[in-house]
Design a protein around this ligand. Structure first.
Ligand code: SF4
Ligand code: SF4
Length: 105
């Protein structure tokens, strides 16, 4: 999945929250930021170039266990773990500031 595909994947999410009850990090923390819905929301903001490297936004990308439970539960089949993998790559390479110039915002 590339950056554009990851952004399109975030647009598939309707934020229904169906996936939260199967997410291990959400069921432990009960914090929306650390569930799939919150992660997709933040991922969309980052990929649109609307948020930078703020710790509270970046941290949920790394607390995801990439277990795929949310993707199996999602009625639309949103692949949160694949989006998280892309985001981690973006963050690692410090590419967020370049997203606007790539026409993804
Ligand atoms: S990822 Fe799927 S199940 Fe989870 S909030 Fe988005 S649309 Fe709903
Ligand atoms: S892949 Fe990440 S967001 Fe999805 S259920 Fe697992 S820990 Fe939660």
């Amino acid at each position: 999945m590339n950056l554009k595909e990851a952004l399109l994947e975030t647009y598939k999410c309707s934020f229904c929250g169906e996936c939260e009850r199967v997410c291990p990090t959400f069921t432990i923390t009960y914090h929306r930021d650390h569930g799939p819905r919150g992660r997709i929301f933040f991922a969309r903001l980052i990929l649109r170039g609307e948020r930078g490297f703020k710790k509270s936004i970046i941290e949920p990308m790394y607390t995801c266990l990439l277990c795929n439970a949310c993707a199996f539960e999602c009625p639309i089949g949103v692949s949160v773990p694949e989006v998280m993998r892309v985001l981690r790559s973006v963050i690692r390479k410090g590419k967020i500031q370049n997203l606007l110039t790539q026409g993804l915002a």
